[in-house]
Design a binder for this molecule. Structure first.
Ligand code: ZN
Ligand code: ZN
Length: 353
């Protein structure tokens, strides 16, 4: 892929071609799947209300993995290469394996999207669940009177650097989260997953680019959050973008650089992690900032803050996944709601409102 800077053309609000017919909608339901059900029962998410011993065991397993992962994340800021293998081992306890579908060498966007949906790797964000954050669509905490807040604690800080956020699908442990971690952390044999990830994002963006432009104005250029990972040995976002040649936006992957190792703490905007590679290309531009997933949002908000400091007029975040983890605030009910619905990429968080 040519990663050099491209001449960027301004796209007025109505200049996009008519979006393609949505992949699946209520009036065009997805066909019956010929893919076997891959989701085991425990993927429903542990619930104490069920009173099941295996669910309790799963809760303790998840607690162990979560605590161990937090310890590793702290350690990895100091010893990133030494903790790489331990991180992969821990991740393998949580995420499922995903075999490459037969005959997928020549698959196009619609076939990859259908396979991802049929395999339970993608869950719709729309219709937008009640009791979710109005910016990031994740779980929110409860107020003193038991009612949920309208926005999570983190997002109240992000609104000064992010104009909005558009996730493609929800990312659950046994769904997209498994594919993302297999792709990024489990070695070259999983690099083929760049194709389904790219095609999910590409198909969704082609269908909803006009929604984004209607809401936020013209998108001048799009870029990614630099990874700067020391143990992966490849740029996982550049690889995803290289899998599709007909994106709806103009990419410039040279806008941001990683300034130092590490990741921001949850909910903290840390501009020292990134630097603007060329302020002239950012100044007064409206930027679509693309990342693989949104967990706490601090990574993408930190990168957005650097773009804004360099003069970007507006930054809109776009991700493939919006991670949902059980066990906090409204997350359990949120997960239950999205798991029970039919996945559709026909609506985004803008046109669904
Ligand atoms: Zn939020
Ligand atoms: Zn839309």
């Amino acid at each position: 892929m040519d990663r050099s800077h491209k001449t960027v053309s301004l796209r007025p609000a109505r200049q996009f071609s008519k979006p393609p017919r949505p992949l699946y909608t209520e009036s065009h339901p997805q066909p019956a799947s010929n893919v076997p059900e891959l989701r085991p029962r425990w993927n429903r998410g542990p619930s104490l209300a069920r009173g099941n011993l295996s669910d309790l065991t799963t809760i303790f397993e998840r607690m162990f993995v979560t605590i161990a992962t937090m310890c590793l994340e702290t350690l990895s800021r100091r010893l990133p290469s030494a903790t790489g293998l331990m991180r992969v081992w821990l991740l393998s306890m949580t995420y499922r394996d995903i075999p490459r579908p037969l005959g997928s060498d020549r698959w196009a966007t619609a076939e990859w999207a259908r396979w991802a949906i049929d395999s339970g790797l993608a869950q719709s964000v729309t219709p937008i669940p009640e009791s979710s954050c109005t910016l990031c669509y994740g779980a929110v905490n409860h107020r003193g009177d038991g009612m949920p807040f309208s926005r999570c604690q983190n997002c109240s800080k992000y609104t000064r650097v992010l104009a909005g956020f558009i996730p493609t699908v929800y990312s659950l442990d046994f769904g997209l989260e498994s594919m993302l971690h297999r792709y990024k952390d489990f070695g070259p044999q999983h690099r083929w997953m760049a194709s389904p990830l790219a095609n999910l994002a590409h198909g969704f963006l082609a269908a909803h680019c006009e929604c984004i432009v209607d809401r936020y104005g013209a998108i001048d250029l799009a870029t990614t959050v630099p990874s700067g990972s020391t143990y992966r040995g490849f740029d996982h976002m550049a690889e995803i973008i290289s899998k599709v040649s007909s994106w709806s936006v103009d990419w410039d992957l040279q806008l941001l650089e990683k300034a130092k190792r590490g990741r921001p703490l949850r909910g903290v905007i840390d501009p020292s992690l990134y630097r603007a590679a060329d302020v002239r290309r950012i100044s007064r531009r409206s930027v679509l900032l693309f990342d693989d997933t949104w967990t706490s949002g601090s990574t993408i908000a930190s990168a957005a803050s650097v773009l804004r400091s360099a003069g970007a007029r507006r930054v809109v975040a776009f991700t493939i996944g919006r991670q949902l983890k059980p066990g906090w605030g409204t997350s359990d009910s949120l997960i239950e709601a999205v798991e029970s619905r039919r996945t559709s990429l026909g609506r985004c968080v803008i046109c669904a409102q």
